[in-house]
Design a protein around this ligand. Structure first.
Ligand SMILES: Cc1cc2nc3c(=O)[nH]c(=O)nc-3n(C[C@H](O)[C@H](O)[C@H](O)COP(=O)(O)OP(=O)(O)OC[C@H]3O[C@@H](n4cnc5c(N)ncnc54)[C@H](O)[C@@H]3O)c2cc1C
Ligand code: SF4
Ligand code: SF4
Length: 1024
């Protein structure tokens, strides 16, 4: 994880804020925007698309804010508060926007703290406390604390995105709340503004003074009058996050809020969801990082037995038990269907359980924890379940199983069609003694409404997540209310909490009075009126909330419509209906999407915010350099959704808002791999480019790039002349002015003697079809024309390994080799020329088909080209032939790794010379996205002594033509500087391996270090 220093790449409308906003919005918005621009340093975002991107969170709701402020400093927040108060515009504070109940959705000015207000202000290691700004992300805090042996233990699942301000707003709870409590148990103090602008310190009541003390007394007096009501209505469970924490003055919770039972007035703000005060900073209690953990996986023959056992398990461990997490049969099955997770899941199972509980104990010393596992086994034997516990003692095995649990949830969330798992009763908490009865009864409720839900998560505290599948565009809202009413009756029957983890927001606000009764609800209203008398902060939340099923507040509702478009790519596999009861999908194209499936593909984004990642994975490089919602996968998906549903005006799909949102997407496919619901923005960008360019036309640069495969062989004849561009002063400048190719970039070097001139290399097509060890080498435009050495190296190694190699060329069957080189159409796709790309891909597929039909591997060298065959070519309507070829298309190293596993490479291994030189490997984005990295390493390890080290990098920033484009050069270099270039510079004596043509170019441009293709690496090690 590398928190980056953000830099705003967008330019906003400082000079003409009023006019621009007034034109597109209204006069009040214009005045507000103008004041914010004048008086704050922050980004002032008042355009329709910006507002639309902040109109939703991870809930089902949507409300357009009047505008958005992204403050750069705390003073901006104070100023904005003053301006809004003066104009009567409500304020909606926001962190990562990962709330599931609509907490950050509101019509006022949204203030996004997550971009700039994320610093540690003070760390006291001895006192184990830290003071942070509200926009700090939990994982960043914990990364900073780790060297001190400390952590902030409220380990929410969204730890990579959730901000401490948002966590306090929601009173968030982690998987290990049994051991550490919720947010409220770990907040020591809060500095916050009231809506009148006064900045106050909220902390221990005993030390409070002035205004804070007076507020404390006011709330204390209210609470004192309500002791009987609190006793009667307050849920006696750890997980209760509804309403305000009136009970600080009359504790009834399972766990006291403070160690000594004293009152801390900061706890009044925790869980208040931005309705009482705006957080300036928070002081948090830290915990020592546990040195040891053991995990016992309990296998249950029935779900009910798992639910019944939870109450007994939580008695174990003498204080060292920290988590009891449920995984049900559906999730087990989902994990077992996934080859990556199946071995891990299998290792945790005995027999075929209907549910498992992950029981974790932690402490200082692993040996002291082993008796806990024995206690767990004894406990299970006592419940007639001997031999049901699988101990996992190794940290890596434990981590893998936790990852599987998370992935199982992700697969569940990736349901296609209009029916989606909906959050609204997903975190009701009931006492453990009633867990079995509650889950059985609620499952029956789902059945009554023709739906189902998968159960998972926090069995330790009686908060099981479950999301019934509902179609919110049709009868979902009605079913939602009916199910909520029946679920609430069960919660009341079992004396639980209706809102147990994720907060109230729009979804559970109306259930506050149901939970607490009229007198306590009235007290909440009085607290709100006392602290925010003008109703400036998140009005109509917690107090006086709307109905949960008010469809006017929803993102999708029965009035939602989608524009008709004719798509260039095939999106029909998303255009399906799902049977909510069985999960069965209808046939492709049966979903009734007027956008031919594109709208439904876009709707796969449920706004969970997982793409707001900062670690050096692949998703999402443009967000990592900008930290702008606009340049985030979620922001892009929202922009497309709004455009496709006509909410950004007419023709928005081909307009500026959509273009701008996709502008910095480098098509790395990181989202396809990492997004829990598989949003593939790279493919969407192709479609959108196609629609946009069809409407707006192609530039000269588009044509130059797209048609490169066509003119390359002719251009090569003028290589000397063309290569002057990077030698003669002024020519690069000219190419920037005329074509928009960055003058700061060198261009690939044309080769007069390119690979495709070697017409005699390899055997003919008919010969390879008869060969015993056949392979087809498909050389792409880029390697063939600019780096022919790679193609030759690949050829040489394959031959040395004993394969009969045919070099693919157009319609080679029956002819000699090299009738013309074959192109996948990638460069056309990148420019949105889908029809041209189709023609290219068709020719390629037809040329390769005879080999694929014979089961012969077709190996390629350039990841973006080879994976086009396995990915986009399948969405171009090229029929079953495309699938046949895709099944046999492999990266060169994937082929060698496969053959090595089959013991077919002994001869090659014997010919490879030993090396001691360090090897650093940078994976191309598509290699990572398609899981090709392991094979790349296997291939390198064929060299005796080779110990390749993977550089933890995301996109190199080149992304085909992107990095050459003048307007993208800076962004391209920033992406490279995030992790790739520093790692390359650091590895001074290493060979750098990078399979992507653009990656090699970027490494040379940015670090002046040569990088080589893996084929070249192996070829260099070949003994003659
Ligand atoms: C897949 C998924 C898994 C989740 N898992 C968990 C989980 O394990 N445990 C859990 O508790 N929750 C979970 N959540 C819910 C959510 O992620 C958490 O509540 C998280 O802490 C919210 O953080 P955020 O930064 O996104 O806050 P936001 O959603 O942006 O805001 C949360 C609340 O805080 C308020 N707020 C934000 N900043 C300020 C400020 N400066 N001043 C005053 N108020 C402010 C907002 O107005 C809002 O009411 C999950 C959500 C998803 C989508
Ligand atoms: S794009 Fe994927 S990861 Fe990002 S918010 Fe949408 S669903 Fe979540
Ligand atoms: S393809 Fe890459 S850059 Fe584009 S949205 Fe997905 S992760 Fe981000």
């Amino acid at each position: 994880m590398t928190p980056v220093i953000p830099r705003t790449l967008r330019t906003d409308f400082a000079d003409h804020a009023y006019e621009r906003v007034a034109r597109s919005s209204n006069e009040q918005a214009a005045r507000l925007a103008q004041s914010l621009v004048r008086e704050t340093q922050g980004d002032v975002l008042f355009g329709l698309a910006d507002r639309g991107r902040y109109a939703s969170d991870a809930s089902i709701y949507q409300q357009m804010p009047v505008g958005v402020l992204v403050p750069t400093q705390s003073q901006d927040v104070a100023t904005a508060l003053d301006i809004c108060r003066g104009m009567g515009v409500p304020v909606v504070p926001r962190g990562g926007g990962t709330s599931q109940c609509g907490q950050t959705v509101g019509t006022g000015l949204v203030i996004d703290h997550s971009k700039h207000l994320g610093r540690i202000l003070h760390l006291d290691v001895a006192e184990r406390s830290v003071t942070v700004e509200p926009g700090m992300v939990l994982d960043h805090l914990n990364a900073a604390l780790k060297p001190h042996g400390l952590w902030f233990p409220v380990d929410v699942s969204t730890s990579g995105q959730a901000t401490l301000g948002g966590m306090a707003g929601n009173n968030s709870c982690g998987s290990r709340s049994l051991a550490y409590g919720n947010m409220v148990h770990n907040v020591l103090g809060i500095k916050a503004w009231l809506s009148d602008g006064e900045l106050l310190d909220w902390g221990p009541m005993a030390h409070s003074q002035g205004r804070v003390q007076r507020i404390g007394h006011f709330v204390r007096d209210l609470a004192q009058q309500l002791h009987p009501e609190i006793d009667a209505h307050w849920p006696r469970v750890l997980r209760r996050v509804a309403g305000y924490n009136l009970d600080v003055f009359h504790p009834v919770s399972e766990r006291p809020y403070t160690n000594d039972g004293s009152v801390n007035l900061a706890h009044l703000l925790v869980g208040s969801e931005g309705t009482l005060a705006m957080t300036h900073s928070l002081t948090l209690r830290l915990s020592p990082l546990p040195r040891a953990k053991v995990l016992g996986v309990v296998n249950f023959p029935t779900f009910v037995q798992a639910m019944t056992a939870a109450q007994h398990i939580v008695q174990l461990g003498a204080g060292s038990l920290c988590a009891v997490e449920l995984v049900d049969r559906t999730m087990i099955d989902l994990a077992m269907q996934n080859p990556a997770f199946a071995p891990t899941m299998r290792s945790a199972l005995t027999g075929a359980p209907e549910a498992i509980l992950l029981v974790e104990f932690h402490g200082e010393d692993p040996s002291q924890l082993l008796p806990c596992i024995q206690d767990l086994k004894d406990c299970m034997s006592g419940l007639n379940l001997p031999d049901s516990v699988v101990p996992l003692l190794e940290e890596s095995a434990q981590k893998k199983l936790w990852d599987v649990r998370k992935a199982g949830l992700n697969i569940m969330m990736s349901l296609k069609g209009d029916g989606k798992p909906v959050s609204f009763i997903e975190d009701c908490a009931v006492p453990l003694a009633h867990l079995a009865e509650y889950t059985t009864a609620l499952t029956e409720v789902f059945h009554q409404h023709g739906t189902r839900g998968t159960w998972y998560a926090h069995a330790s505290v009686g908060t099981l997540h479950v999301r019934p599948i509902l179609d919110m565009r049709r009868d979902g809202p009605q079913k939602m209310r009916a199910i909520a009413e029946q679920a609430s009756a069960l919660v009341r029957q079992f004396k639980g909490a209706y809102s147990g983890e994720h907060g109230d927001g729009l979804c559970r606000g109306e259930w506050i009075s149901w939970q607490f009764g009229p007198r306590i609800s009235n007290a909440f209203a009085q607290i709100k009126a006392h602290m925010d008398p003008i109703g400036l902060l998140c009005p109509q939340r917690i107090v006086n909330p709307p109905r949960m099923d008010d469809t006017r507040l929803m993102r999708h509702n029965p009035r939602h419509s989608v524009i008709h478009i004719h798509t260039a790519l095939d999106w029909s596999s998303w255009d399906v209906q799902t049977n909510a009861r069985t999960g069965e999908l209808g046939p492709p194209g049966s979903g009734g999407d007027p956008a031919m499936g594109l709208a439904k593909a876009v709707d796969m984004c449920n706004n969970n915010g997982h793409c707001r990642k900062f670690d050096a994975g692949t998703m999402c490089p443009s967000y990592r350099i900008t930290r702008d919602e606009q340049h985030l996968t979620r922001g892009r998906a929202n922009t497309l959704r709004l455009a496709l549903s006509g909410q950004l005006g007419t023709d928005a799909l081909t307009g500026e808002d959509v273009r701008a949102a996709l502008d910095l997407c480098v098509s790395c496919k990181g989202c396809k791999r990492d997004c829990p619901t598989g949003v593939d923005m790279a493919r969407m960008k192709i479609e959108v480019q196609h629609q946009y360019k069809r409407y707006n036309g192609h530039s000269w640069r588009d044509r130059l790039v797209a048609h490169l495969p066509d003119y390359a062989r002719h251009a090569a004849a003028f290589s000397g002349l063309l290569n002057l561009r990077d030698r003669w002063l002024g020519l690069a400048w000219l190419s920037e002015k005329l074509l928009g190719l960055s003058a700061q970039r060198s261009l690939p070097v044309w080769q007069r003697h390119h690979f495709f001139k070697r017409s005699t290399l390899g055997v003919s097509a008919s010969e390879v079809l008869k060969a015993v060890r056949p392979v087809v080498l498909w050389v792409d435009t880029f390697n063939g024309h600019f780096e022919p050495g790679n193609a030759l190296a690949a050829f040489r190694v394959l031959q040395a390994a004993g394969y009969t190699v045919h070099v693919a060329s157009k319609h080679a069957l029956g002819h000699g080799a090299n009738q013309g080189h074959l192109c996948c159409g990638r460069s056309y796709l990148a420019s949105g020329m889908v029809d041209r790309a189709k023609a290219k891909a068709h020719a390629l597929i037809q040329s390769l088909l005879p080999f694929a039909q014979q089961g012969i591997a077709i190996v390629g060298l350039e990841p973006s080209c080879l994976y086009t065959l396995r990915d986009e070519a399948l969405a171009m309507g090229l029929g079953p032939d495309a699938h046949t070829v895709a099944e046999h298309a492999l990266m060169w190293e994937e082929f060698l790794a496969r053959e090595a596993h089959a013991q077919q490479l002994e001869a090659l291994k014997a010919r490879l010379q030993h090396t001691l030189q360090p090897i650093s490997v940078h994976g191309h984005c598509h290699q990572k996205a398609f899981g090709g990295m392991d094979d790349l390493l296997t291939c390198i390890k064929l060299i005796p002594g080779a110990q390749p080290k993977v550089i933890e990098s995301s996109c190199c920033g080149m992304a085909g033509a992107f990095g050459y484009e003048q307007e993208h050069h800076a962004a391209s270099m920033q992406m490279a500087e995030l992790s790739l270039l520093p790692a390359v510079r650091e590895a001074t004596d290493a060979i750098i391996v990078a399979d992507g043509t653009s990656c090699r170019h970027q490494i040379w441009d940015g670090a002046q270090r040569p990088a080589i293709h893996v084929a070249q690496l192996l070829s260099d090690q070949l003994r003659n």
